[in-house]
Design a protein around this ligand. Structure first.
Ligand code: UDP
Length: 329
């Protein structure tokens, strides 16, 4: 153990709990933590996650998987140094299907995860979202913007759950003094997203790989800023290890319209697909781009992977999923 770690009372092998660790981001985070010498306990009820994402850790004594809904009492017989709270449906298609579970995991689940952190004297990080800004009236979005959210619209279950989760996290910080971190995660993509996830990158790649039309919602002028998962996970780790206790945006500030994204996907895949336009979903944000001044200054962080490179690195994963789906059919 380093003298600094000893002085801080930290273990030579830090112990991390990742709720939602079987999901897209949670499982990549678990990989990084194991690589950095943490012991990792994943808690996930597999409602949207997949155990396959963790297959490479089967039999690793540093890794443990507990199948549990995090809205129920979390009991762990080990010390814990870090709690990473990632459990939640994250795709609009999923949370529209599961509005009550989404609200419960953001509220009751966050309460339980914070309770675990408090009981164990652990540091806590909340995976929050750019959705706390709703359909933003300020562009790009800095952390100081309070947002423009419709609480009773279809996205309200997710947006308000995450806003509640942020409030609960700050309350545990101020009332119980536990060290907390809040990451506002903007659109992120990469391998391990499910083919049927419903989010735009898996949708477009899946459609292009089958030479089917790409379904652009609305007029396709709405924008998003896409971050490759590797950059995002690096930012999350830096944030947990920093002393930044206010929310921080993590995302790639390069902004694209959905029409531009569709065209890039067609170029990359060489697909013969055309674009078809479908009605815009209710309350679909018109624009979204993170202001990452705070992350740059306090975490020394900025994304490095361009959309073109990230999509090229994501393509093989979806090619494989499309082939598997074809074999099953
Ligand atoms: N979108 C689209 N076609 C699809 C899926 C999504 O045009 O097949 C659009 C969607 O309307 C939104 C953007 O892509 O404007 C990003 O949607 P996603 O579901 O990926 O995430 P969001 O940022 O809305 O949470």
């Amino acid at each position: 153990m380093s003298p600094a770690a000893k002085k801080a009372g930290r273990r030579p092998t830090p112990i991390s709990v990742v709720t939602g660790g079987a999901g897209f981001l949670g499982s990549h985070l678990a990989d990084l933590l194991l690589e950095r010498g943490h012991r990792v306990v994943v808690i996930d009820n597999l409602v949207t996650g997949s155990i396959e994402n963790l297959a490479s850790h089967a039999g690793d004594p540093q890794f443990r998987f507990i199948r549990q809904d995090v809205t129920e009492y979390l009991f762990l017989d080990t010390p814990v140094d870090y709690v990473w709270h990632f459990a939640s449906p994250a795709s609009p298609m999923d949370y529209l299907k599961l509005p009550i579970q989404t609200l419960k995991v953001g509220s009751l689940g966050t309460h339980k995860a914070l309770g675990l952190a408090r009981h164990k004297g652990a540091r806590f990080l909340l995976a929050s979202t750019s959705e706390v800004y709703g359909d933003p009236l300020v562009h790009p979005q800095p952390e100081s913007y309070w947002g423009h959210v419709n609480p009773v619209g279809p996205r309200g279950c997710y947006d308000e759950a995450k806003r509640f989760a942020e409030a609960m996290t700050m309350a545990y910080h101020s009332e119980h003094g536990i060290p907390t971190r809040i990451a506002r995660i903007f659109n992120t993509y990469g391998p391990r997203m499910a083919l049927q996830d419903g989010r735009v990158v898996p949708a477009f790649l899946g459609q292009a790989l089958r030479n089917r039309p790409l379904t652009v919602f609305g007029d396709g002028a709405q924008t998003r800023s896409f971050c490759f998962y590797e950059d995002l996970i690096d930012g999350l780790f830096r944030l947990m290890m920093s002393d930044l206790e206010t929310p921080v945006n993590l995302g790639n500030p390069e902004e694209f319209s959905m029409r531009e994204l569709a065209e890039q996907v067609i170029r990359l895949t060489g697909a013969r697909s055309r674009l078809v336009f479908r009605p815009a979903p209710q309350d679909d944000p018109r624009q979204r781009r993170p202001d990452i001044t705070l992350a740059r200054a306090r975490l020394g962080w900025a994304p490095r992977v361009s959309l073109a490179d990230g999509l090229a690195r994501t393509l093989p994963w979806f090619r494989e999923r499309v082939l598997r789906a074809r074999e099953k059919a």
